[in-house]
Design a protein around this ligand. Sequence first.
Ligand SMILES: [Zn+2]
Ligand SMILES: [Zn+2]
Length: 115
Amino acid sequence: MFDSNSCIICNDSISDPVCKNCYIKQIKILLNDLKMHPMAKEIILGKVKNKFPIETLNDIDCILCKQENVDLCYYCFSINLNNILRGLNLTEELIRDFGFNPMHETYLESKINIG
Ligand SMILES: [Zn+2]
Ligand SMILES: [Zn+2]
C-alpha cells in the first residue's frame, strides 16, 4: 500500500512534518547561539543541504511554513544531522546542544556501560 505521508527512509508516518528548509533555519539559529566559527557554520549548512533529498513524492505540508513538502521524519533527520556533526569531529556536548538527538538515552546508557 502506498502511503504518501511516510518518511522516505524509515517508512514511518510523519506526525509533525517539518521541511528541510525549516530545519535548516533552525540549525542556523542554533549555530549562531552556539557562537560557531563562521567557517564551521558554512561547512555544516552546506553538508546538511547536500545530504538531504530534495525531490519528494510526498504531499504532506510542513507545519511551519506550509509551503514545502516533507519527506523525512524528525528521527531520520536527527540521525542524519548527527552523522554529519560527528563526521566533522564535533564534540558530543556540541552535538547534544543542537537538540536533534533521538539517541540521547541510548547514548547515555552506552556511556554508563562502557564506564
Ligand atoms: Zn524516518
Ligand atoms: Zn517548512
